[in-house]
Ligand binder design. Structure first.
Ligand code: BGP
Length: 474
């Protein structure tokens, strides 16, 4: 009993939240470099406040991240000390193609990731590469409108092929797009979409979604042609939606919210647009540029596994007045009276992870991989200089127990678990450093001040033991 012997324990990060070095190594600028720190961040993420050029007087969190660009060897050594079997990271598109539409890649960028990958392999840590974690070269946004434009499929494919070729024999686990469903909630951050006045936003978002789906399927095809040992997955921001009451109206409402996310994975795992999505698009009068060739591409190139993030469940009501009480950024939800919440209002629901795993496995019957889960919290060092993060140990331990229950008791097929922000990093939604997730503390403050020195939190040794015992010590 228990998890399989080769279960992939590890941690996850994203380039723009950790690397820094935004203008080094020939790197170009991306949408994620222009997400400001402070009050405008959410409006910019949503594509409502076009911010397409770098303002020297402003601090952008991606400028410094946690300076992993210069600390990666030290960081990977610490991951190895915890016993990581896998490290999920993303490649910054603009390190490889600074503008995005060049024919020739930037060798310095490829070399950086090659060294990072070699450093992982030195410790027997498998690299799990996210090809696109929210980033889109700013040149592609300005010249082509980001993912509004079908040409993006070719640019993305050329970028993905370059990675498959270069890292052949070293990387076997790939994710095409991070949290693809985030495109509907944060369209500038997730897909480089900026809305023109009077533009039909739904039309733009679903057009971009279609192009990303085709690009993802084509990357799956090319990745497997280049090396048939490659495993290519999709990635969903997951978490079941509960009905507010047993009223059938609420149950239907929860189902409808779920569909906004499942729409993406239904296409990526099953290979075709589900009937409910076609009806919904027609009702909204959204015309998609879906060609016969696109349909074939989607049908023939479904993913090998489904990866997902899980932070919380949510609650929906069929009553519009009740729904007005929904709160929270990105994924607004009603309060669940049975759950506590994090300092950022994300409701903590370990059993929800087991429920979500069952929902996904029942729906798709394909291997799952939890690639993000964790607690964002304000960490304070105790007098001994150590962050005694028992709250994080509690959160993660409870989630891991439910994860193991889903495998042992429900028969869900699960390849691995990478906790989000295994080392402190910049928060995607708020741009803050003070929302910390790591087992490793980084001495950096909200606006890039600090020594960037790394130190172990109490959870570091705890996670080491979890991995060593393959979850048995929980
Ligand atoms: C997911 C993203 C990550 C990450 C995480 C936590 O949506 O894939 O990039 O940051 O959420 O969110 P936050 O950083 O806002 O706490």
């Amino acid at each position: 009993m228990g998890l399989q012997k080769d279960f992939l324990w590890g941690g996850a990060t994203a380039a723009n939240q950790v690397e820094g070095g935004y203008d080094q190594g020939g790197r170009g600028l991306a949408n994620v470099d222009l997400l400001p720190f402070g009050k405008d961040r959410e409006a910019v993420m949503a594509g409502e406040l076009p911010m397409l050029s770098f303002d020297k007087d402003h601090y952008y969190p991606a400028q410094k991240g946690i300076d992993m660009y210069h600390h990666y060897k030290e960081d990977i050594a610490l991951f190895a000390e915890m016993g990581f079997k896998v490290y999920r990271f993303s490649i910054a598109w603009t390190r490889i193609f600074p503008l995005g539409d060049e024919a020739k890649p930037n060798e310095e960028g490829l070399l950086f990731y090659e060294q990072l990958i070699d450093e992982c392999l030195k410790y027997d840590i498998k690299p799990l590469v996210t090809i696109c974690h929210f980033d889109c070269p700013i040149h592609l946004v300005k010249e082509y409108g980001g993912w509004k434009n079908r040409k993006m499929i070719d640019f993305y494919l050329h970028y993905a092929e370059t990675l498959f070729e270069r890292f052949k024999g070293k990387v076997y686990h790939w994710i095409t797009f991070n949290e693809i469903n985030m495109l509907l909630h944060a369209p500038f951050m997730a897909a480089g979409l900026v809305f023109e006045e009077g533009e039909d936003r739904e039309q733009v978002k679903f057009t971009a979604a279609h192009y990303e789906l085709v690009a993802s399927a084509l990357a799956t095809k090319r990745g497997k042609e280049i090396d048939d040992k490659n495993l290519i997955g999709c990635m969903l921001a997951a978490g079941d939606n509960y009905p507010n009451t047993p009223n059938p109206e609420d149950i239907m409402a929860a189902k409808l919210v779920d569909r906004e996310s499942f729409f993406f994975t239904d296409v990526q795992v099953r290979g075709y647009y589900p009937a409910y999505a076609l009806k919904e698009l027609a009702r909204k009068n959204i015309q998609l540029d879906i060609t016969e060739e696109d349909k074939q591409i989607l049908q023939q190139n479904t993913v090998d596994y489904l990866t997902f993030s899980y932070y919380s469940s949510s609650v929906a009501s069929g009553d519009p007045k009740v729904n007005e009480l929904r709160e929270g950024n990105l994924f607004p939800t009603l309060k669940n009276p049975y759950l506590d919440a994090s300092e950022w209002g994300w409701q903590i629901d370990p059993l929800g992870l087991r429920i979500t795993m069952n929902t996904l496995y029942d729906r798709y019957q394909c291997p799952l991989f939890i690639v993000e889960n964790g607690l964002g919290a304000v960490d304070v060092k105790a007098e001994n200089g150590v962050v005694e993060d028992d709250y994080r140990i509690d959160y993660l331990g409870k989630h891991m127990k439910e994860m193991i229950a889903a495998v042992e008791l429900d028969g869900v097929e699960l390849l691995g678990y990478t906790s989000w922000g295994c080392i402190d990093l910049v928060s995607a939604s708020t741009g803050e450093m003070k929302k910390r997730y790591g087992f490793i503390y980084v001495d950096a403050e909200n606006e890039g001040q600090g020594t960037f020195k790394r130190s172990k939190k109490r959870s570091f040794e705890w996670y080491r033991q979890v991995i060593e015992s393959n979850g048995d010590c929980l």
